[in-house]
Design a binder for this molecule. Structure first.
Ligand SMILES: Cc1ncc(COP(=O)(O)O)c(C=O)c1O
Length: 367
């Protein structure tokens, strides 16, 4: 599914040199690589501030904490995502309100968001799933007049773009705060856990800087209770060394996606992932809908071909959220997606013959 060793071979010298600089300076905590990476990622996101943190999960948790949610405060999000999107809403003291997704892009449905707004709605957390941006224009138009904050979960979408009124707008540009994950499998992956928040709101940036450092900008002075969610300097140095490759890696993923989608076009049992014409997708995942998905999965396993189901159980059906009262059938588009999706290998270093093997195996199953 993912061969990180293949990538390592291409960047080893640069990344090891960057790591050794940190090692030789013995500056492991809040070293100079951190502000450098923060500036670079903020720029990439057309945002004023980058605030590094320990993980993509914390990159959502800290802005949610900054909302000072009270019991009963609601945060609208998608159930068709990685657990952290909703787990952090709960851990920040809010109630996740799940709404359904669009059947083509798998992203949150703005019309469903609109219907779910109540006087208790404090925020909306769209996820740019698989590397394709959600409809940020519609979402901002719903949220802004109500004073509702939009926190973009861009864990899978660093560098993704969307044309709005003829102009490219990027992930991280339009929301109040955006969270990135640098989990090793991401398009820009660290060699461990790491994350970052970006925002153009000066007050939010100050608050987030405090929250990641035990609630105080000055050592031993605590205006509020925060936590330790620093970005590790070694990880920042690794990410800085990898960052110049990101655009090329994402372009390679797009190229592979195009190849798969063309080849699978004549397999009627498989629906390649539609790309919203306004979007430039970064294909963190290449996810098809497949008839007899579980059978196809077993077949690929037998053939030794990597694959994964993201995500087999939508979050409104997770036992930990049973109290919220959702039932089977509550969010049918998400539930159907969970039964039908299958992600195929899409990492940049894949060769044409490897892609052909995946395609042949899929054809073989339906023949
Ligand atoms: C959509 C989404 N949100 C949040 C996260 C959490 O990021 P992390 O694993 O870095 O905590 C991830 C990734 O793992 C993700 O895919």
């Amino acid at each position: 599914m993912l061969d990180l060793v293949a990538q390592y071979a291409t960047i080893k010298d640069d990344v090891l040199a960057a790591m050794m600089k940190v090692v030789e300076a013995q500056q492991f905590i809040m070293g100079p690589a951190i502000p450098e990476l923060e500036t670079a990622v903020a720029q990439l996101s057309h945002a004023k501030h980058g605030i590094g943190c320990a993980s993509g999960t914390d990159a959502l948790l800290l802005p949610l904490k900054a909302l000072n949610l009270k019991p009963g405060d609601e945060v609208i999000t998608t159930p068709f995502t990685f657990f952290a999107t909703a787990g952090t809403i709960h851990n920040a003291g809010g109630t996740p309100v799940f709404v359904d997704i669009l059947p083509d892009t798998f992203n949150i449905d703005p019309a469903a968001v609109k219907r779910a707004i109540t006087p208790r709605t404090r925020a909306i957390v769209p996820v740019h799933l698989y590397g394709q941006m959600a409809d940020m224009l519609e979402l901002m138009q719903i949220a802004r007049p109500l004073g509702v904050k939009v926190i973009e979960d861009a864990a899978q979408a660093i560098g993704a773009r969307r044309k709005i009124d003829g102009e490219w707008r990027v992930a991280g540009e339009l929301g109040w705060v955006t969270g990135y994950s640098f989990f090793p499998s991401k398009n820009l992956g660290a060699w461990g856990d790491a994350g970052m928040m970006v925002t153009s709101d000066d007050a939010a940036a100050d608050r987030l800087k405090k929250l990641r450092l035990h609630g105080g900008a000055k050592q031993y002075h605590h205006e509020e209770v925060g936590t330790n969610s620093r970005l590790d300097t070694l990880q920042a140095a690794i990410l800085l060394a990898k960052l110049p490759h990101l655009a090329h890696w994402s372009a390679k993923r797009r190229e592979h996606a195009g190849y798969y989608s063309k080849a699978l076009g004549d397999v009627p049992q498989v629906t390649p992932p539609p790309v919203d014409p306004a979007n430039e997708h970064i294909f963190h995942q290449y996810t098809v809908r497949a008839e007899r998905r579980d059978g196809l999965q077993a077949h690929l396993k037998k053939e030794g071909i990597g694959h994964a189901v993201y995500y087999p159980i939508p979050l409104h059906r997770q036992p930990c959220f049973a109290d919220l009262g959702y039932k089977e059938g509550s969010l049918p588009v998400s539930e159907q997606a969970s039964r039908e999706v299958l992600s195929l290998p899409i990492y940049p270093e894949l060769t044409r013959s490897q892609l052909d093997r995946v395609i042949d195996a899929i054809r073989g199953f339906y023949r």
